[in-house]
Write a protein that binds this ligand. Structure first.
Ligand code: GDP
Ligand code: MG
Length: 703
């Protein structure tokens, strides 16, 4: 960023096309950052306005007015009031939707009164003919005392004009209030306010008082004077109310002269589609069908690129291993770093596919109908109509599912959805369930046709969903998070999705996963690798001792390697940890070997099977688990002399994996999405506690 770049803030009501315009202006020169201390993403990009002039554009969250009712909206206010810091905008670009101009102009009129240079972009003008709208632009320009550009962000029309207007506006740097609104309400009162500081416009001072939001640059003395205005709170409220009424009166007056809608021209495709999509029966049928499609695609279609990534990294790792001199560095590279990066990238297909769907649903306007359909049901459990999508996608994988909560605008509803989504049965649990079910549930039919093993698996899915819902209900009652229940269900018009917007959405989500959650996943996987492949002196002797111990057994090379791997794991730091926790997990029916598998499978649940295979020194293959299954079936519990993996232990383990978080990628993504370590840690320990207690009860009752 260079010093003479113009800082431009994009502001507007939700769904007016801010992001579309942002994409047109900046192309791929975007990055997502953080607003300090809160959970909302900050999108910034560079736009080339002319051959000599660049602009830094910020896409602010959608807001209906400058008086915030939500966290998202408060960012807009904060950005505008911080005149002093480097982030404050030079020019404001207000984006309005031509079909809802009146409502959009309320926000515009407030911004205008801040006396910051402002350009008004009236978007979606491609719809004007169809809706029978005509605008007298030059008169409107004069009345609003501002630069106006008619644009279609979707059709890439008027973008150049926007750029030129920004430059003109910046050069002129003139900014006058729209109507001096407050002054007319009570001249004496507002004159007294105005004289407090010459550095701020009257409206800014008024906002500081009413919104209790003071910029850092304000002096102590000025602040004291402003605070004094809060004494008569009822007057304050009355004037705020008057202000809104007055603004609407002015806007109406102006629009009457400049904005004409010929109702007979407006065709009504929308109401026909709404009849279907929000229908009491068809609406749900269509939605279920859509969920199945999404589910199918992240489960099935994603598996091909995922296998490809998996295979490529495995090959790359063994290629590097055989081409570098052996040593600690090579081990770190081939067993820690390369598989770790592969373990991050493996999530990309699912994330990309899910976000392609979500972007299309948002773009077409269908998502608002989902909220309409599902909100009543989900709200009872403290969630949002949109929570259905994460909960269903969670059956494939919690990572894309948790990212999908970003479309939920209420922070409390979003947080609850994030916290409960990992309870749904993700595909990483399947290998664990599959092997345990095969071991402890007989392969018989009940009622002549129902396969008992299948039924148990189905119950585990049901258990996951039920737990998610119950947990959400409890969290709703216990989480103390203030949310204003101010709720506008706005149904945007149906639109064909813009390919560009969908593409940018997918790129942005993938990037934010790889670079933010990815770091944590990589770091954790290297730590786990280190702990599993290093240990105290007994680790160093494991290989030598094993070779001596089995010298007379005539083992094949493979068998010998398996025995060594097993001995090394047993004597590694993780092995020692597994043994240390044995007393704690004994009441659940587990021994130290299972303990080791519990620890390693924190990387990802499916690692459980592979770890047991290593410990039992047998071959474990992703496709063929029969050897490890046999080994588990014949494993004896020395205390009882009976099978280790009997019914109570198997059930206890399945319950454990149903409830425990056991997934470092989930930990990482929750950290990314909530922007703090607080929630992922609460979630991890909460789920672990629930898992422990439930498994304990299960084992004790069954045995
Ligand atoms: P934001 O919420 O303000 O960021 O708005 P978006 O950029 O996400 O756009 C909301 C919807 O309006 C999307 O479905 C866009 O494809 C659509 N849209 C944006 N600009 C135009 C336009 O110029 N014409 C039409 N017809 N639709 C548009
Ligand atoms: Mg947007």
């Amino acid at each position: 960023m260079s010093k003479n770049d113009i800082k431009v803030a994009l502001i507007g009501n939700p769904n007016t096309g801010k992001t579309s315009l942002f994409n047109q202006l900046t192309g791929l020169n975007q990055k997502v950052g953080n607003y300090p201390g809160i959970t909302v993403d900050k999108k910034e990009g560079v736009s080339k306005l002319s051959s000599t002039q660049n602009a830094i554009i910020t896409d602010l969250p959608g807001t209906y007015s400058i008086n915030p009712t939500s966290l998202d909206e408060s960012i807009v206010l904060k950005t505008l009031l911080k005149k002093d810091i480097k982030e404050s905008p030079d020019v404001i670009l207000v984006v309005a939707d031509v079909e809802n101009l009146k409502r959009n102009l309320l926000l515009f009129s407030q911004i205008k009164d801040l006396e910051i240079p402002t350009v008004l972009a009236i978007n979606m003008v491609d719809q004007m003919d169809r809706k029978g709208i005509t605008i007298d632009v030059s008169l409107l320009q004069k009345e609003l005392n501002t630069e106006i550009v008619l644009i279609s962000a979707r059709k890439n029309e008027g973008i150049q004009e926007v750029k030129e207007a920004i430059i003109r506006c910046h050069v002129a740097a003139k900014a006058s209030p729209l109507c001096g609104i407050n002054h007319k309400i009570d001249p004496d009162y507002f004159d007294a306010l105005k004289v407090i500081s010459p550095n701020y416009s009257l409206y800014e001072l008024w906002l500081m008082v009413t919104q209790n939001n003071y910029p850092d640059s304000i002096t102590k003395e000025e602040k004291d004077k402003l605070v004094a205005f809060k004494k008569d709170i009822s007057k304050l409220k009355r004037y705020q109310h008057k202000e809104t009424i007055y603004r609407y009166q002015e806007i109406n007056k102006i629009l009457k002269k400049t904005y004409i809608v010929d109702k007979t021209k407006a065709k009504d495709l929308r109401s026909k589609l709404d009849k279907v999509f929000t229908h009491k029966i068809f609406g749900y049928v269509f939605f279920v069908f859509l969920l199945l499609l999404i589910f199918q695609s992240i489960f099935d279609w994603a598996s091909f690129p995922m296998d490809l990534i998996d295979g490529t990294f495995a090959e790359f790792s063994s290629y590097v291993k055989s081409n570098l001199p052996s040593g600690i560095f090579t081990d770190l590279l081939t067993e820690g770093i390369i598989p770790g990066i592969g373990g991050v990238l493996i999530f990309i297909p699912q994330i990309a596919i899910l976000f392609m769907f979500i972007a299309v649903l948002e773009e077409t306007g269908y998502m608002s109908r989902v909220v309409f359909l599902m909100d009543k049901i989900m709200r009872r459990f403290g969630m949002n109509g949109k929570s259905v999508i994460p909960l269903i996608s969670g059956t494939a994988c919690a990572i894309p599912a948790i990212m999908a909560t970003r479309t939920i605008s209420s922070w409390k509803e979003r947080l609850i959805t994030i916290l409960v989504t990992p309870f749904t049965t993700c595909s990483a649990r399947l290998p664990v369930y599959a092997i345990l079910i095969a071991l402890i549930i007989p392969d018989t039919k009940i009622f002549g046709f129902l396969n008992l093993q299948g039924l148990v698996l189905l119950s585990l899915y049901a258990l996951g969903f039920a737990t998610a819902i119950i947990a959400a209900y409890i969290l709703q009652k216990t989480l103390k998070i203030k949310t204003k229940s101010f709720f506008v269900v706005e149904m945007p018009n149906y639109k064909l999705p813009s390919v560009k917007n969908v593409f940018f959405e997918v790129v942005e989500k993938t990037k934010s996963f790889v670079f933010e959650a990815g770091k944590i996943i990589l770091a954790l996987s290297i730590v786990l690798w280190f702990l599993a492949s290093n240990g105290p002196s007994s680790f160093d002797n494991a290989e030598k001792n094993t070779i001596e111990n089995v010298a007379n057994q005539n083992l094949s090379d493979d068998e010998l390697q398996q025995k060594i791997a097993s001995a090394q794991l047993e004597n590694s730091y993780i092995g020692i940890l597994g043994k240390t926790i044995e007393p704690t997990i004994k009441p659940l029916g587990y021994d130290w070997k299972i303990g080791i598998a519990l620890i390693t499978s924190f990387a990802a649940r499916e690692v459980f099977v592979g770890t047991l295979a290593t410990i039992y020194s047998v071959e474990a293959d992703d496709e063929d688990t029969s050897t490890i299954k046999q080994k588990m079936a014949s494993e004896i519990n020395p205390d009882t002399g009976k099978n280790r993996f009997n019914f109570p232990v198997g059930m206890s383990l399945m319950v454990f994996y149903a409830f425990a978080m056991q997934c470092m990628a989930t930990l990482a993504i929750v950290k990314r999405e909530t922007k703090s370590w607080k929630w992922p840690l609460i979630q991890m320990f909460g789920m672990a506690l629930l898992a422990y207690v439930s498994s304990l009860i299960t084992f004790q009752i069954l045995s």
